[in-house]
Design a protein around this ligand. Sequence first.
Ligand SMILES: [Fe+2]
Ligand SMILES: [Fe+2]
Length: 343
Amino acid sequence: MKQAASVDSVSRLDRDMAEKNLSGYWRLGMEGLPPHPMTAVEPCLWKWTDVHDSLVRAGEVISLENSERRVVRLVNPGLNQQQAFATHTLQISFQYVKPGENARAHRHTPAALRFVLQGNGAYTTVNGQQCVMEPGDLILTPKLTWHDHSNDSSEPMLWLDGLDFPLVQALHQVMQERYLDRRQPIEKSSEEVMDKLGTSLRHGVRLADFFHYKWRDTKVALHELIKSPGARDRFDGYLLEYRNPLSGGPTMTTIQCAVQLLPANDETETHRHTSTVIYHVFRGTGTTEIGERRFDWEQGDSFVVPLWHVHRHLNRSSSEDAILFSMSDAPVLRALDLYREEF
Ligand SMILES: [Fe+2]
Ligand SMILES: [Fe+2]
C-alpha cells in the first residue's frame, strides 16, 4: 500500500508539474545517455527509374505556373512525414525543367546546390551570374543568393538539388523572398568569373563569390589525382572535395560536396563517422555495405549513409570506373566540434 502511494505521488507530481510547463529529470529513468550518437535516419537507396518516372509524370501534370519548382524529393523511411527529407540535416531532390520553361527567381535561407545530370544549354542565374548547365557541373546557390532556372534549349533539363533545408528548419530560420521579376538580369557569365579567378587568387584580389564548378575541370582534376602516387584513400578511393577557391574552406558553410572514383574491382575499407552522407551514382555500378545491409547501385541511384554506421564501397565492374557524387554535413559537425571518425 505504501509503495502504491509513493508511485501515486510521483505521478501526481508529474501531472501537477506538467500543468506548470515543468518536467522532472527522473522521467528519463536510469539509463542515461547512449554510448554513441543515435539517429532515426535509416540507410536507404532510391532507384533512378522510380525518381525519373515520377519526374516525367510530374512534367505532364505539374506546371511551373502552379508550383514554384517541379521537384521530386527523396524521403527517408526513418523520418516522419513532417520531416519528409532524406536525412535530418540535408535534403536531396531532383528537378525537371522542360524546354521553354523558367523556374522563377527567388532566394531563401536554406543553401542549395545543383549537380547536373541530363540536358545541355539551360542555365541557372545566381546573383546575376549566368551558369550554363552541362552534365557533371556543380552550381551553388548559397544562403540568400537570388537564383532562377531557364531552359531555352530544345531538350529537358534534369538535375540533383541538395539543400540544408532540414538543418535550417531545425534552427527555425526558414524564409524565402521572391524577386521582383520572373527572371533576374544577367550581368556576367561563369566563363568571365573563371577567367578572373586565376588572376584574383595570384594577386590576392578578392572576388565576392564562386558558384560554378565545371565538369570538364573536375574530370581533369580527378584523372590527375588517379595518377598521383599515394592519392588513393583507403575508405573512399580517389576522393576530390569541392573546395571554395576563395576561402579554401568547405564547398558551403553547411555542406561539403565531393566526387570519388572507384577503379574497376576496387573495394574500400570500413569506417564510420559522425557526419551523414548522401551519395548519387554519377557513373558505374557497385555496392555499398552499410552495417549489415548491402545496397547495389547503378547510374542515377541515390543512397544515404547515416551517421556512425559502418560502411564501405565496392565497384562491381571489372572494366569500368565508378564515380559517386556526395554531399555531407561534415562542415557543421566540425564547426560544432562534433566530428569524429573511427576505423
Ligand atoms: Fe530555390
Ligand atoms: Fe565514409
